[in-house]
Design a protein around this ligand. Structure first.
Ligand code: CP
Ligand code: NVA
Length: 308
């Protein structure tokens, strides 16, 4: 996790964790899922949650997770806080640092989260930016581990769709854990070039225009909406550009016999995935959603818990 002062660590990207730290965090999340961790490491502590974009899973998992760990979570939106009226990230960081023990933020520009982390003296967690969604990857990796075990290096993951914040986060996860990542993205919708290059130097990465090539023999097939939050005006164009990038039964049939389907949700049935797949036997999307709670609790305990 990024260390911006001697006494705190942030989580802005999966690459803020070493492989060992990531596996350790996933183990803690699994123990939490099994009910084997009953401590209250956040007793008396408060998490501020800044949401500049909508959320269901991220808000609920952080809020419920903080409560279950003995702490209190505070919801701040643009409508209800001075950030929405233009108060600077710099001032917000300093003020919140005087009152709370950690800050989770969901926003547009990734540099805003970096700036918040730079000026905060408490841990900052990235709850999604236009560039990355690392908290989702914790839950996704936990879901994969529950299905296939610890040996990530033998696995192949197929990403089908937009080279967005989720695709970039999958690249970071592949680089950290060493699994193969095959991305099928339409022309013009590739992942971030620097993150792609970083992952290519660390593990097996394939970028193709053909979803069938990506899915062939994959253990995990995953996708996301064609238009992310903030891209609503591009929705129609994207619907045209992403033709042929729907995960359907025929595509899943190319994957490994034991393959699973993941989606961070919310989903648009009939666009990036058919109902047959997302509601079918290979889908693990609701385990994946539940794992947001366990993974977020593990992260909070590591960053904000006693002795962290
Ligand atoms: N997957 C995810 O982050 O969901 P929300 O947008 O509902 O938080
Ligand atoms: N790529 C999507 C993920 C939502 C959880 C978005 O940014 O809107």
């Amino acid at each position: 996790m990024t260390s911006t002062t001697d006494s705190k660590r942030d989580f802005l990207s999966i690459t803020d964790l070493t492989r060992e730290e990531l596996l350790d965090l996933l183990s803690l999340a699994q123990r939490m899922r099994r009910g084997q961790e009953s401590g209250k490491p956040l007793a008396g502590k408060t998490l501020a949650m800044i949401f500049r974009k909508s959320s269901t899973r991220t808000r609920v998992s952080f809020e419920v997770g903080t409560f279950q760990l003995g702490g209190h979570a505070l919801f701040l939106s643009d409508q209800s806080s001075q950030m929405g009226r233009g108060e600077s990230v710099h001032d917000t960081a300093q003020v919140l640092s005087r009152m709370v023990d950690g800050i989770m933020i969901r926003t547009f520009a990734h540099r805003e989260v970096e700036e918040l982390a730079r000026h905060s003296t408490v841990p900052v967690i990235n709850g999604l930016t236009d560039l990355l969604h690392p908290c989702q990857l914790l839950a996704d990796l936990q879901t994969i581990q529950a299905e296939f075990g610890d040996d990530f290096q033998r696995l192949s993951v197929a990403w089908v769709g937009d080279g967005n914040n989720m695709a970039n986060s999958w690249l970071n996860a592949a680089a950290t854990l060493g699994f193969e990542l095959r991305l099928a993205c339409p022309e013009g919708y590739d992942p971030d070039p620097a993150i792609l290059e970083f992952a290519r130097n660390a593990t097996r990465v394939v970028l193709t225009r053909d979803p069938r090539e990506a899915a062939e023999g994959a253990h995990v097939v995953t996708t996301d909406v064609f238009a992310s939050m903030g891209q609503e005006e591009e929705a129609e164009t994207r619907l045209r550009d992403f033709q042929g990038f729907c995960v359907d039964g025929a595509l899943m049939d190319r994957a490994d016999r034991a393959s699973i389907f993941l989606h961070c949700l919310p989903a648009h049935r009939g666009e990036e995935v058919t109902a047959e797949v997302i509601d079918g036997p290979r889908s693990r999307v609701f385990d994946e959603a539940e794992n947001r709670l366990h993974a977020q609790k593990a992260l909070l305990a590591k960053l904000m818990g006693e002795g962290s």
